[in-house]
Design a binder for this molecule. Structure first.
Ligand SMILES: [Zn+2]
Length: 270
């Protein structure tokens, strides 16, 4: 699943490829990707242009030339490709934006879990799905994470995956952040101390920054076109089952926490 660094990488690529190109039509091959009436999406986008691409947590927001925005969540397998009008249409390309220069922006999703929402510029940050989004680690205030964690009694891993608590982390980066913070993923969120919560915030910021710089992690490709991330070479714990912990040498194990495959060093993480 693309997390903040991967979505940010997609955003930067899209900005190079799709801005200020008049859209002359939209084709939808799987209407459920769009939350709403697909005819409305087609109507709003036709004769419109994408003038900017923003990102909030793991959401992409296409800013349109008129008063609309299109919010896109890639979920498990969503990807965008820029192709030429005549290129064969892949069966997983569900929404196709046709530009007037013979190019297309194609939304590709093998699992069909991704979703798009149309909103207006005046209030899109104040309504579903963006209004409940927590702060990204970079923008968290002192004590903010601690206060939120203390209101819940769930596994710390589950809490950090909750986008209303902290935005941008998914399964890969939560494992990395908890390893760096020496915190066991099975701890209860309301038993995390202020110092530990601050450490989590700091490490989350560091890991996301470094991964974004490297174009994200390519375990399953999230690409726009052929862009692959390089952070998979920097992973310390995620996917490393059976290998030695880089800190203490103990064997890294894989457990389930809240139903998610989780990599942990039982010696380092308490
Ligand atoms: Zn260790």
């Amino acid at each position: 699943m693309p997390e903040l660094p991967e979505v940010e990488t997609v955003r930067r690529q899209l900005k190079k490829l799709v801005l200020n190109k008049p859209i002359i039509g939209v084709t939808s091959n799987y209407e459920k990707i769009f939350n709403g009436n697909i005819k409305e999406l087609e109507k709003v986008l036709t004769n419109n242009e994408i003038i900017d691409v923003e990102r909030y947590g793991k959401y992409l927001v296409f800013i349109l030339k008129d008063n609309h925005v299109l919010i896109s969540h890639l979920r498990m397998e969503g990807k965008y490709f820029v192709k030429n009008e005549g290129d064969e249409i892949n069966k997983h390309e569900h929404i196709i934006f046709h530009f007037n220069n013979n190019q297309n922006l194609r939304y590709h999703d093998t699992r069909k879990f991704g979703r798009m929402d149309l909103r207006t510029k005046d209030n899109y940050l104040k309504v579903d799905p963006l209004h409940k989004l927590g702060s990204e680690p970079e923008f968290m205030k002192e004590g903010e994470l601690y206060n939120l964690l203390n209101k819940k009694n769930v596994f710390i891993k589950v809490a950090l995956l909750d986008q209303t608590i902290i935005a941008g982390l998914g399964n890969i980066y939560v494992d990395e952040v908890l390893f760096l913070s020496k915190i066991h993923p099975n701890r209860r969120s309301n038993e995390i101390s202020l110092e530990e919560a601050n450490l989590i915030t700091k490490n989350a910021k560091l890991v996301l920054e470094k991964a974004t710089k490297l174009g994200g992690t390519t375990i399953k490709s999230f690409s726009v076109g052929e862009v692959d991330g390089l952070f998979q070479n920097e992973l310390l714990i995620h996917t490393k089952v059976g290998e030695s912990c880089p800190v203490c040498g103990e064997e890294i194990v894989k457990i389930k926490v809240g139903g998610r495959g989780t990599y942990v060093c039982n010696n380092c993480q308490k």
